[in-house]
Ligand binder design. Structure first.
Ligand code: A2P
Length: 331
C-alpha cells in the first residue's frame, strides 16, 4: 500500500486533538507525520502512535516538503490563507472551517452521503458544519426513498462546537463566572445564537445548515429552515428534524430504511425510554436516530431526533473518512 505524508493543522485545538486520536485508531498508511499550530503553541510536544512530534508554527513554507494530505482545523482565516498555498504545493487539504464550503470549485463531502464528490477536487475538500453532517447522514436515505420536499431543523448544540474556549466557558459558567466566549452565561441558558447574525435575521450557523444541506444532497432548491441553539451540554449535538416528503410512506418501512443506512445507529424504543442522548453518542462515530414518529399535521412527514458526537463525526472522523477515500483513490 502506498504510504502518504500527512499533516494536521491546528493540532493543539479541540478538533485537532481529536484528529490525532481518530488517526491513531484508524491505522492509515502514514510515512511522515507533521503537526502545525500558531506561534503560540509552536515548540510544544505531541505523542502520536508512541512517537514524539514537535508542533511547528504554520508558515508559507510549511508545505514545501511533499505533504500529500493536510487536515485543517485552525479557523477560517488560517484556511483562507494557507489552504491554497498547500494546494499549490500538491497537497490535498481537508478543511474543517467554513471558509471554502460554499465555493463552487470545492466539494463538500460526507462519505456516507456523497463520496463521489471527492473526485472533482482541485486541492481543497471541505468538511461540512458539524450540525449539517449528522443531519444529512439521516436525510440522505430518506430522500432516496421518499423524495424530501422540506426540512425544519432545530438544534441543541454542545459547547465543544465552540472549541476550547466554548468548553471552558461552560466549566466557568457552572462555577458562576462570567462568559468569555458566549454572549450570555451558558450554564443556565439555551442561547439561540450561534455564530454571527446576518441581515435576514438568521445566524450564520443557521444559514450554513441550510446551504450546506442543499449542496451535499445535490438539491439546490430544497426548502430548508433552521434554528440553531447552544445548550449547556459539553459534547455531542442533538437535533430535532422535521421532514416532509413528496411520496407517502409506511412508518415501519421508514424506520427500516434508516436502520439499514450507513453510519446510523437506531435507538427508537420510546416504551423503554430508549432514544439518542448526547452522553451516549459521545466517543462514537455513528449518528444516533430515534423518536421517529409521523408528523400528523402534514400529508407525508416525519419527526426525528438525531444525535452525534460533533467533534468526532461532526468534524474529525468525517475528515479522516475523507482522507481514507483519498488514500483509497491513490492505490
Ligand atoms: P494554538 O494552540 O497555537 O492557538 P480551538 O478551535 O480548539 O481553539 O483550536 C484552534 C487551533 O487552531 C489550535 O491548534 C490553534 O493553535 C490553531 N491556530 C489558530 N490560529 C492559527 C494560525 N494562525 N496558524 C496555525 N494554527 C492556528
Amino acid at each position: 500500500m502506498k504510504k502518504i505524508n500527512l499533516a494536521v493543522v491546528g493540532a493543539t485545538g479541540m478538533v485537532g486533538r481529536t484528529f490525532l486520536k481518530v488517526l491513531e485508531e484508524k491505522d492509515l498508511p502514514i510515512e511522515n507525520f507533521y503537526v502545525f499550530s500558531s506561534a503560540r503553541s509552536a515548540g510544544s510536544k505531541i505523542i502520536f502512535k508512541g512517537k514524539e512530534y514537535i508542533v511547528e508554527e504554520l508558515t508559507e513554507t510549511s508545505f514545501d516538503r511533499g505533504i500529500d494530505i493536510a487536515l485543517f482545523s485552525a479557523g477560517g482565516d488560517t484556511s483562507t490563507k494557507f489552504a491554497p498555498i498547500a494546494a499549490r504545493k500538491g497537497c490535498v487539504v481537508v478543511d474543517n472551517s467554513s471558509a471554502w464550503r460554499m465555493d463552487e470549485k470545492v466539494p463538500l463531502v460526507v462519505p456516507e452521503v456523497n463520496p463521489e464528490d471527492i473526485k472533482w477536487h482541485q486541492g481543497i475538500i471541505a468538511n461540512p458544519n458539524c450540525s449539517t453532517i449528522q443531519a444529512v447522514v439521516a436525510l440522505k436515505p430518506l430522500h432516496e426513498y421518499y423524495s424530501i420536499t422540506r426540512v425544519v431543523y432545530s438544534t441543541y448544540q454542545a459547547v465543544s462546537g465552540a472549541g476550547m474556549a466554548g468548553w471552558s466557558d461552560l466549566e466557568e459558567s457552572l462555577k458562576g463566572n462570567l462568559p468569555k466566549k458566549f454572549p450570555h452565561p451558558i450554564a443556565s441558558n439555551c442561547i439561540p445564537h450561534i455564530d454571527v447574525f446576518l441581515d435576514n435575521g438568521y445566524t450564520k450557523e443557521e444559514m450554513k445548515m441550510i446551504e450546506e444541506t442543499r449542496k451535499i444532497m445535490h438539491v439546490p432548491d430544497l426548502k430548508v429552515t433552521a434554528t440553531t441553539v447552544r445548550v449547556p451540554v459539553f459534547n455531542s449535538h442533538s437535533e430535532s428534524i422535521n421532514v416532509e416528503f413528496e411520496k407517502p410512506f409506511e412508518l415501519s418501512e421508514l424506520v427500516d430504511v434508516l436502520k439499514n443506512a450507513p453510519g446510523i445507529i437506531m435507538q427508537n424504543d420510546s416504551a423503554n425510554n430508549e432514544y439518542p442522548l448526547a452522553s451516549t453518542a459521545t466517543d462514537h462515530d455513528e449518528v444516533f436516530v430515534g423518536r421517529i414518529r409521523r408528523d400528523e399535521s402534514v400529508n407525508s412527514g416525519v419527526n426525528l431526533w438525531v444525535v452525534a458526537d460533533n467533534i468526532r463525526k461532526g468534524a474529525a472522523s468525517n475528515a479522516v473518512q475523507i482522507a481514507e477515500l483519498l488514500i483509497a483513490a491513490l492505490q
